[in-house]
Design a protein around this ligand. Sequence first.
Ligand SMILES: [Fe+2]
Length: 185
Amino acid sequence: MLPEGVAIDPLTGAMSSSTGEYSKRLSEFRGVYRDSAALEKMLAERGDIETYRVVEHRQPGSDIFFGTTTMAPGKVGYEYFMTRGHYHERRDRGEIYYTQSGSGLLLLQSRQGDVRTVEMKPGTCAFIPPDWAHRSVNTGSATLVFVWCCNQDAGHDYAEIAARGMRQLVLDRNGSVTLAPNPNY
Ligand SMILES: [Fe+2]
C-alpha cells in the first residue's frame, strides 16, 4: 500500500483512480418516494434513469476509504431525489461528507429521535457522528457531488430506513425547500 493523490472532478464525481462503483436507478425507489403514481409516470416518460452513482477508492488493509456520490437533480412528486439513507452497522463509526458542487440537504437522525440537517454546498464539510442515520437530498437544479470518507469496517444498515423512511421529508412546497414530518413515524 502506497500513498496516492486522486483527482476528483467536482462536476461529475469522476475519480482518476477508483476500485469500484455502483449506481441506483429510479425503479429501485418504488416504495421509497411517497407519490408512487408520480414515480411510475416518470419511469414511463423518462425510462429507468440513474438517480445517483457512487465511486469508491478502497485499499485493502487500510482503516479508511473514500469516494464520491453524484446525484442527479429531480423530484418524484414533491420529494427531491435522495439516497436510500442508512445507519452504519458499526455504531461507533462516523463519516464526513464534503460537498464539491451543487446544493442539497443532509438529513440526519439519531436512534433516540433527534433530528438534524446540514446544508450541502460547495466547500462545506458535514460531520456525521457515529450512530446517526444519514440521507442526502439534492434540492438544487444541478448535479450534487460530494466526497465521503469513513472507516472500511463501518458497514451499511439500510433496513431501518427502508422500512419507514426517515423522520423528516424534504419537499418542494411552491418552489421552497421545506421539511415536513414523515407520517410513517
Ligand atoms: Fe454512511
